[in-house]
Design a protein around this ligand. Structure first.
Ligand code: AMP
Ligand code: MN
Ligand code: MN
Length: 332
């Protein structure tokens, strides 16, 4: 069932014991919105824990509460709660969290336009740059007080999902929320320096990956395609796509990583093409300009499949532009 912001806030207000989770392979918004909501609820005198079914990258140690994030263990006793809150994803990418949580109600809060609404209760606002921005909205609705602890977490979610306030999803509301977090004691450079820091080997791997980049679709697309052996050798690949999306003339950037013999992870970024539609057609999701999916195919087939889909989407967009130009030219 779809909720309004005030209905979602009321569900939080009525719960006393809350389990918070977010998507596997957690990013700054997943970790930041989860810990941010946890601190807000603690401030309201409620019990709240964060459970994420994955390892949390060490760069997020800068966030207050990093050390108390729990991970579901095989055969562990179930955690009882009034409410399970799923953040920054539909309920399908949270691993074993539902198995170890006995919650009366499930509330899903997300900013992905592709959210399938499969949870018992869903609040989606795809105009928000980050789920952390919705956590900010909810906190405002609840009249919560922002101390430095939630502010650091919410700021991290806002900053990471908006490319530090540069991407097209950045709105005046995003920046006002961030400004308020700064007023609550956030030190912007402490967060950016922690998040930007990379091991020496990761910088070397990025150079190697960028060197492997191939342009296609007449230079309108660019990709890094990592076979299983290369993926296994490279530790942190998150920065690769940002390094190639800047190439002149490129609309779509893609990074494909073969994780297993028949399992490839795809990340896409765009300037014009709707990559969420491409991701959705393969069972993934995301936003118009940042999306991802998983292809259950061997490396070579996955590469061909995703390149063909991107080429087609670019062609469709070009044809639509020509059509539009032709239409507007009529009668002149
Ligand atoms: P990424 O390329 O992993 O940074 O993801 C870009 C965006 O697409 C993020 O908002 C993700 O949450 C979303 N996304 C990535 N992979 C998937 C997937 N398999 N299913 C649904 N959404 C995804
Ligand atoms: Mn995310
Ligand atoms: Mn997000």
């Amino acid at each position: 069932m779809k909720l309004t912001l005030s209905e979602a806030a009321a569900m939080l207000a009525h719960a006393n014991k809350v389990v918070i989770t977010a998507h596997e392979n957690p990013d700054g918004d997943a970790v930041g919105s989860s810990l941010g909501l946890m601190h807000i609820l603690h401030g309201m005198g409620k019990e709240a824990v964060v459970l994420l079914d994955d390892d949390i990258p060490a760069i997020f140690k800068v966030l207050p509460g990093y050390d108390i994030i729990g991970k579901p263990e095989e055969g562990q006793a179930s955690v009882e709660a009034d409410l399970l809150v799923i953040l920054d994803t539909a309920p399908n990418r949270i691993g074993r969290v539902p198995e170890v949580t006995k919650a009366g109600t499930v509330l899903n809060i997300d900013h992905h336009r592709t959210n399938n609404g499969a949870a018992e209760y869903t609040y989606v606002d795809d105009t928000r740059a980050a789920t952390a921005e919705i956590v900010y909205d909810l906190a405002k609705e609840l009249g919560a007080v922002f101390t430095r602890e939630p502010a650091m977490c919410i700021y991290t979610g806002l900053a990471t999902d908006s490319g530090f306030f540069r991407f097209s999803n950045t709105t005046p509301h995003t920046m006002r929320a961030a400004a308020e977090m700064l007023e609550c004691g956030v030190t912007a450079n402490e967060i950016s320096e922690a998040l930007e820091e990379k091991p020496y080997q990761v910088v070397k791997d990025t150079a190697e990956a960028v060197n492997m980049a191939e342009r296609f679709a007449d230079g309108r697309a660019i990709g890094i395609f990592l076979d299983e052996a290369t993926t296994a050798r490279m530790e942190a690949t998150e920065g690769f796509i940002g390094a190639i999306r800047v190439v002149e003339g490129v609309d779509v950037a893609v990074v494909l990583k073969a994780k297993e013999e028949k399992l490839c992870r795809v990340s896409m970024r765009s300037k014009g093409v709707d990559v969420s539609a491409i991701a959705l057609s393969f069972g993934g999701g995301g936003h118009i300009r940042a999306a991802g999916c998983t292809l259950s195919m061997p490396f070579a087939e996955a590469k061909k499949t995703i390149c063909t889909a991107i080429e087609q989407a670019i062609r469709d967009l070009q044809q639509a532009a020509v059509h539009k130009a032709g239409m507007s030219g009529e009668g002149h």
